[in-house]
Design a protein. Structure first.
Length: 290
């Protein structure tokens, strides 16, 4: 009897695996088509400067409205895209979309307003990254100073010599670089000093832990590190007034999170750009989308 149960479980498991493999296979084809058909969307999440009481940057976040399955979470299809190499055309299409949106918004943008674009490790290792970025920016007439690329700590630290070269080329082009999800990897002060980056983004997990007091030490360390290296520091995932207070009391005045605004379409971003930010939540509007 025990044997039969085990047998059934094995059969059930392999049936599930077949379904999973099939879903993944169809998803791969769907994603390939979505990239080809330019069906991916980009939304923008405002980043607020508490000192200037204004939106000073926005992070571009890709969205895939899947016809049959609804919205698929970015981490799910981004990892699929990374594994299949589709991340190269995907990122290109995101950069193109952001540049097209910037071209439309340009007359209304404050001089130093920046757009943050995520790049994956595969993009960072792609030998065509630099020529692609400069070609796309030039074609759209977007000044490189408008762009800040976000790369995770792990990607940057994997090969320090290589990272130094690529960051140098990006800097030469005039774009900026932020270290995303900072604090989740293993970088040391010495490593960070060698890299030509402009911004540290405190990972959402530490901001979350601020409420129960756990994240304070790490958040303080990251803010101190950023300041001593002359870098900007952005806190991401800020959801509560108490997190906001804890961050601003410790000298972090660049805030990204649902407390101020969720990611939104370009048209909505344009609407909130000119607003003076005096109250959390006031940018949320009713056109925001997740
Ligand atoms: P990330 O770069 O760390 O982006 C921040 C994520 O946190 C976004 O999730 C954003 O919507 C979410 N977020 C912001 N504020 C809050 C908050 O207050 N509370 C909560 N719970 N979440 C908040 P999203 O858009 O789902 O993206 C997830 C990840 O997918 C990104 O993390 C990034 O690693 C990746 N990703 C998104 N768009 C792109 C893209 O165009 N290219 C690449 N390569 N990766 C992307
Ligand atoms: Mg990011
Ligand atoms: Mg992040
Ligand atoms: Mg994150």
């Amino acid at each position: 009897r025990a044997k039969r149960v085990t047998g059934e479980q094995v059969a059930l498991f392999s049936e599930e695996m077949k379904v999973a493999a099939f879903l993944r296979f169809t998803l791969e084809g769907d994603l390939r088509r979505a990239i080809g058909d330019d069906a991916l969307r980009v939304v923008y999440q405002p980043i607020v400067d508490l000192h200037r009481r204004a939106v000073v940057k926005a992070e571009a976040l890709v969205r895939w409205p899947h016809l049959a399955r609804g919205a698929i979470p970015p981490p799910e299809f981004i990892s699929l895209a990374e594994e299949t190499g589709m991340i190269v055309p995907l990122s290109r299409s995101v950069i193109e979309r952001v540049c097209a949106d910037i071209a439309v918004m340009e007359p209304y943008l404050p001089a130093d307003f920046r757009f943050c674009i995520n790049l994956s490790g595969v993009n960072f290792m792609d030998t065509q990254l630099i020529p692609t970025v400069s070609a796309v920016l030039a074609a759209a007439g977007v000044p490189p100073g408008r762009i800040e690329f976000e790369l995770t700590e792990t990607v940057l630290m994997r090969d320090l010599d290589y990272a130094t070269v690529i960051l140098g080329q990006l800097r030469e082009m005039g774009v900026r670089v932020a270290v995303d999800d900072f604090g989740t990897g293993y970088s040391s002060l010495a490593y960070l000093r060698r890299l030509a980056v402009d911004t540290l983004k405190i990972d959402r997990s530490f901001v979350n832990e601020l409420d129960d007091g756990q994240g304070i030490a790490i958040v303080e360390a990251v803010i101190g590190l950023a300041h001593s290296l002359g870098l900007e520091v952005v806190a991401e995932g800020v959801e509560t007034p108490s997190q906001l207070c804890a961050l601003s009391a410790r000298g972090c005045h660049l805030i990204q999170g649902y407390l101020f605004a969720r990611p939104m379409p370009a048209e909505s971003l344009l609407e909130v750009l000119g607003r003076e930010v005096s109250m959390p939540g006031m940018l949320a509007g009713n056109t925001s989308v997740r």
